[in-house]
Design a binder for this molecule. Structure first.
Ligand code: NAI
Ligand code: MG
Length: 492
């Protein structure tokens, strides 16, 4: 068993409580690491350290260009450690090494991109409607940022928040998921070794109520950036509203993959299968509803089932494995509960529908790739986020019908459209209510393109140049260039 203390003010820290909790390896179903069980006094220490680093010492002394250069060095350090960090993530969340190594190898781009952006943040000189004044605006860091992350892609989703926050000049306290804290603590060491000043990046581990909640309410935390479930996001948003804190929320989805009869069906089938079975369906953008035009329904379902049935399950570290375990025991139970719900609602499992009992799955938390047909969009299996390898197939007649079904859900994160008709592609992209629409592809993301949700899928956008604004405040400075202030009772 490895032991992971917290990371506060540039140093490893034992928890104030003296208590530790286990993190599990989902492939073996056994504990592999001890994680510090933090509480509100650890949060206080970390936030105070972040606040000191924000206002004194080397960090505020850096110019924007200096911060940018440092971010680039941090990116290089992550690149040099990509394989090791990926292996830790696989151990902790059971996702495929091929996927996690891909993510970790891509992650330095966030540091490089926002490093490049750091000294391109400019204020303005607004033209004025008054004589005898000059005004300018400056962009200032919002302050200490509280970052709360989930277990599915711990470091990638952290980087989406951390890189723009640091580029803006903020300091951060991160509360990683209690299921996957190890890689964030390893990252803290990597960033520290690469020269990030003490107190700029702090990690407090522990549970949501014990660490997440006090982080959200701490008076010195000015902004919360959260990725996770919509129920926790709603809770955090309500608290942030009461405390008047800035907040960004990246929440769940029930994203449709819409396949028209005129599509390249082989490509569509590949996209549908990767949309729901990659990452074992444990991604916010999982294409968990397959909307398929009636005339090709049977053909597409047959092909999806055939391809999904061929997926090799087992050790997530093996390059040949295509579908890994479910990350947590609670999530495993939740997925199995949804399989029962879908059956009770009258859906028909044409593939899977039960835990995987393959010898290569051992004692891990594996669920067979599952495809339900006979699904009506009003069923829970079509409306609620399962976050597992479970696809709900819903037939549609025509474009209008497809749009109506696609939008008849409270989420709006992603959507796929498969068609060879260019006009239809544009129409669908316009009419579907979601933060991202992919045409004849699925799951593409980049540091260059805004990502986020509409409706219950969240508030705010990450990635792209405007994402840095979430960590900045505008300040307006007025200068009297004319007569000294005169009559105090007249507004000028
Ligand atoms: P969660 O939303 O409860 O956890 C995410 C993070 O929030 C964790 O770090 C957790 O400790 C923290 N947290 C929990 N309660 C908090 C509170 N009161 N105040 C502040 N922070 C708090 O998600 P959980 O329980 O791990 O997974 C449950 C479901 O969430 C999944 O079944 C899935 O449907 C969804 N999910 C969605 C993700 C996404 O990327 N959109 C990622 C992970 C889970
Ligand atoms: Mg774990």
């Amino acid at each position: 068993m490895l032991t992971y203390p917290m990371f506060i003010d540039g140093k490893s820290r034992e928890p104030a409580s003296g208590a530790w909790f286990p993190s599990h390896d989902p492939y073996r179903g056994t504990p592999w690491a001890r994680i510090a069980n933090g509480n509100s006094s650890d949060v206080d220490e970390a936030v105070e350290a972040a606040h000191r680093a924000l206002t004194s010492g080397p960090w505020p002394e850096l110019t924007a260009s200096g911060r940018g250069a440092l971010l680039c060095r941090l990116g290089d350090a992550v690149a040099a450690n990509a394989r090791r960090l990926a292996e830790i993530e696989v151990r902790d969340n059971g996702k495929l090494f091929t996927e996690m190594h891909g993510q970790l190898s891509y992650l330095p781009q966030w540091f490089h991109y926002y490093g490049g952006l750091a000294d391109k943040v400019e204020g303005t000189v607004p033209p004025l409607d008054k004589k005898g004044y000059f005004a300018f605006t400056r962009k200032e860091p919002v302050g200490v940022v509280g970052i709360i992350t989930p277990w599915n892609s711990p470091l990638l989703l952290l980087a989406w928040k951390l890189a723009p926050a640091l580029a803006a000049g903020c300091t951060v306290v991160v509360k990683p998921s209690e299921f996957t804290s190890a890689s964030t603590l390893e990252l803290a060491r990597v960033l520290d070794d690469a020269g990030l000043p003490a107190g700029v990046f702090n990690v407090v581990t522990g549970f949501g109520e014990d660490v997440g909640a006090p982080l959200v309410t701490h008076p010195l935390v000015r902004k919360i950036s959260f990725t996770g479930s919509d129920s926790t996001g709603r809770n955090i948003g309500a608290t942030a509203g009461r405390e008047l804190k800035r907040v960004s929320l990246e929440l769940g989805g029930k994203s449709p993959n819409v396949v028209f009869a005129d599509a390249d069906l082989e490509a569509a089938v590949n996209g549908v299968v990767s949309g729901i079975f990659a990452a074992t369906g444990q991604t916010c953008i999982a294409g968990s509803r397959l909307l398929v035009q009636e005339s090709v329904h049977d053909e597409v379902v047959d092909q999806v089932v055939k391809l999904a049935a061929s997926a090799r399950m087992g050790d997530p570290m093996a390059e040949t494995t295509q579908v890994g375990p479910i990350t947590t025991r609670a999530q495993y139970t939740k997925v199995l509960d949804y399989l029962a719900v879908a059956r009770e609602e009258g859906a028909h499992a044409v593939l899977g529908g039960h835990p995987a009992e393959r010898p290569e799955c051992g004692d891990g938390w594996f669920v067979e790739p599952t495809v339900f047909t006979g699904v009506d969009n009003s069923m829970r299996i079509a409306q609620e986020e399962v976050f597992g390898p479970v696809l709900a197939v819903i037939p549609f007649r025509d474009e209008d019908h497809a749009v109506a079904i696609a939008n008849d859900v409270r989420f709006g994160l992603g959507a796929g459209v498969w068609t060879s008709d260019i006009g239809r592609a544009f129409r669908m992209a316009e009419r579907i209510q979601s933060g991202t629409v992919w045409v004849n592809t699925y799951r593409a993301v980049s540091y260059l393109t805004p990502f986020g949700g509409v409706k219950d899928s969240g508030i705010g956008r990450e990635n792209g140049r405007h994402a840095i604004d979430a960590y900045l405040e505008d300040k307006t400075v007025w200068i009297n260039t004319g007569a000294p202030a005169g009559n105090p009772f007249v507004l000028r």
